[in-house]
Write a protein that binds this ligand. Structure first.
Ligand SMILES: [Fe+2]
Ligand SMILES: [Fe+2]
Length: 188
């Protein structure tokens, strides 16, 4: 399938606001792929699809997962924000029949990250934080960190997310802790 097909699909499945966000993440992912030596076509594909189920009703997301035998851990079950990453990956794999595991896992882990991410997976995770449509107080610092290295970008993003979840009294997915610990233990 041509990339244009996935852009049309994202446009059909998403609100104008989120379609624009997805286009900007695809653009940022493509640019990071060129900078850091990953496959830019795969980065663009994962970027345009990363939030593809974010506006799907929760029950439909849960049904999609159940139909495909995907079990959810308790933290994911309690968090819509993580759920859309898991259902988005299932949608890409089972509905769109995308057979590239790295692209599917880049969607799967774009919210939590995890330890041992591939270059493509790190790129999509970071692209979601630095895309042109984003505006939050630390965005310029975040972009500078991502410019230094993907790991620096991930460290900043994970610290930001973990701190904000703690301040809101919310759960932190173990994959996010694993990703954070891996970076700290590497001395980044
Ligand atoms: Fe997302
Ligand atoms: Fe996103």
């Amino acid at each position: 399938m041509q990339i244009d097909y996935y852009y049309s699909l994202a446009e059909k499945n998403l609100s104008e606001y989120r379609f624009y966000h997805s286009k900007m993440v695809a653009k940022a992912a493509k640019e990071l792929a060129l900078k850091y030596g990953a496959d830019s076509a795969k980065a663009e594909l994962a970027g345009i699809l990363h939030d593809i189920t974010k506006e799907m009703p929760i029950n439909n997301q849960l049904q999609l997962l159940e139909d495909n035998g995907i079990m959810l851990d308790s933290v994911t079950k309690s968090s819509e924000k993580i759920l859309h990453a898991v259902s988005g990956a299932a949608y890409a794999e089972f509905e769109l029949r995308i057979n590239d595991r790295d692209v599917i896992d880049a969607i799967r882990f774009h919210t939590t990250a995890k330890a041992d991410m591939t270059l493509l997976q790190k790129i999509v995770f970071v692209a979601d934080f630095i895309s042109e449509d984003r505006s939050y107080p630390d965005i310029e610092i975040m972009r500078q960190e991502a410019e230094k290295s993907l790991e620096q970008g991930m460290k900043y993003a994970l610290s930001f997310v973990i701190k904000s979840l703690v301040s809101q009294g919310r759960c932190i997915h173990p994959d996010a802790i694993d990703a954070y610990n891996e970076i700290i233990m590497k001395g980044i």
